[in-house]
Design a protein around this ligand. Structure first.
Ligand code: KE4
Length: 435
């Protein structure tokens, strides 16, 4: 039975109207506006485990998980307790505290490539700082990024970006001076030959190759055979740094991150999302010699009022301690597997061309007859049909990312009942877009 909640989302509609008089576009992050799926944002009242409950009382199986952080399920008692206890001792000191040391130790214990880390407040800050460090360490200015990869709203990286930028079809943002964009070199994802050619011509000017080891901002796009190893080889050959943006894949695809799965060691790693468990925490890190070029030990400046604040640290520590439990990622992967195979079977049953993929708790779907390997493939997917599918799923109580250029996320709280509810809703929703 379709939970036809369109008419009954009256409080959401009312709040959105009020929000548009205050917040730009009624939102604090563009993709939430739902413009890619023709659906005004639904306002959330609260979240619990695998579910979101909107302000009109409707419950949804959450397949976004706050874009990754909610990996242990929303409002996990241990995380809430840790945050409440920390908050009772003050929200932020602007000074050192033990919990930032503990979170740093936890992260370093999971990532052999990291000997030193700097905690910041957003993935954008992490990638921006990593690029600045790479430029300082190499004395070079150019950065290679990949079409369709998104690394936050850093001026120099909002060039052919994915995620919200791709959703709006404005990959190059207004306000980014041409001089900045000129320092960003672009190559198609999963095209080693193109990167090889780019580095042959510009390699001596390139400070870093920045890559999402699994691209999660043009759907779910895994690296092809040899792609990441080619980047490692090219960086070594030309004296550039390999920077893995694991803001999305870090502690989501495996303990530590996808580098521990693929076996490719980056020079710098950016993290975010899961390491804060829903609070604003991100980080960048690498070898001691590289990171000690960052202030106060070195000449590369980077700072942050709320960096390492005790409440966010408590959320991150509590979350990672749950992720570190035996079998966590095997369990999480089995949930992704159950969901993607259910979606695939539901689409196949009615002749909808669907591609699915997953790694750990990160997964994706694409309405395409062939696998998505790069941004051109992602743009060629049926985004109109995805918008219809999105609305049909929302009306059936399933919360998808509001864009075909996003990945999906499950948590350890997504039990078989939650996953099967999503699959049942998909069976009916694929019928809406079936040929
Ligand atoms: P933030 O600045 O949003 O914390 O992180 C930026 C970022 C960096 N790197 C990667 C690989 C990312 O996926 C992100 C942010 N992800 C998007 C979702 N595709 C956040 C959602 C949003 O923009 O509202």
């Amino acid at each position: 039975m379709t939970l036809d909640t369109t008419e009954t989302r009256t409080r959401s509609a009312d709040l959105f109207q009020q929000s548009c008089n205050v917040l730009v576009g009624g939102v604090n992050s563009p993709v939430r506006a739902g413009r890619a799926v023709g659906c005004d944002p639904v306002f959330v009242e609260r979240a619990d485990g695998a579910y979101l409950i909107d302000v009109d009382g409707h419950q949804y199986v959450d397949l976004v998980g706050s874009w990754g952080p909610a990996i242990v399920g929303h409002a996990h008692p241990k995380v809430v307790q840790a945050v409440q206890s920390a908050a009772a001792n003050g929200l932020s000191y602007g000074a050192c505290c033990e919990s930032e040391v503990r979170l740093g130790e936890l992260i370093l214990s999971a990532l052999p490539s990291m000997e030193r880390i700097r905690l910041v407040n957003s993935g954008t800050e992490a990638t921006m700082s990593a690029i600045r460090l790479a430029r300082a360490a190499t004395g070079r200015s150019h950065v290679v990024k990949f079409l369709g990869c998104y690394h936050g709203h850093v001026d120099a990286l909002l060039v052919a970006a994915g995620s919200g930028a791709a959703t709006f079809g404005e990959p190059d943002s207004a306000g980014v001076p041409a001089a900045y964009a000129e320092l960003t070199l672009l190559a198609p994802y999963n095209d080693p030959a193109a990167v090889e050619a780019l580095m042959s011509e510009h390699g001596s000017d390139v400070a870093a190759i920045l890559v999402e080891p699994i691209a999660g901002n043009m759907g779910f796009v895994p690296p092809g055979e040899g792609f990441l190893s080619t980047l490692r080889t090219l960086c070594d050959k030309h004296g550039a740094l390999l920077v893995f943006d694991e803001v999305m894949t870090g502690f989501r695809t495996a303990w530590g991150g996808y580098q521990n799965v693929c076996g490719i060691t980056p020079d710098l790693t950016c993290l975010g999302k899961v390491i804060g468990g829903g609070m604003p925490v991100a980080a960048y890190g690498g070898s001691r010699s590289l990171m000690e070029q960052v202030s106060p030990l070195g000449p590369t400046y980077q700072a942050g009022t709320l960096s390492g604040n005790p409440v966010a640290m408590a959320a991150g520590i509590a979350t990672l301690e749950i992720c570190r439990e035996n079998g966590f990622y095997e369990n999480l992967a089995s949930k992704s597997r159950r969901l993607t195979s259910g979606l695939q079977a539901a689409a196949d049953a009615v002749g909808v061309a669907l591609q699915t993929g997953h790694q750990g708790g990160l997964l994706g779907m694409a309405l395409s007859p062939r696998p998505v390997r790069n941004f051109d493939d992602a743009k060629a997917c049926d985004h109109d049909a995805f918008a219809q599918f999105y609305r049909a799923m929302l009306d059936r109580g399933v919360w998808l990312p509001p864009s075909g250029y996003e990945a999906m996320f499950v948590s350890i709280a997504h039990d078989d009942d939650a996953i099967d509810r999503a699959i049942d809703a998909a069976k009916a929703s694929f019928e809406v877009i079936a040929p």
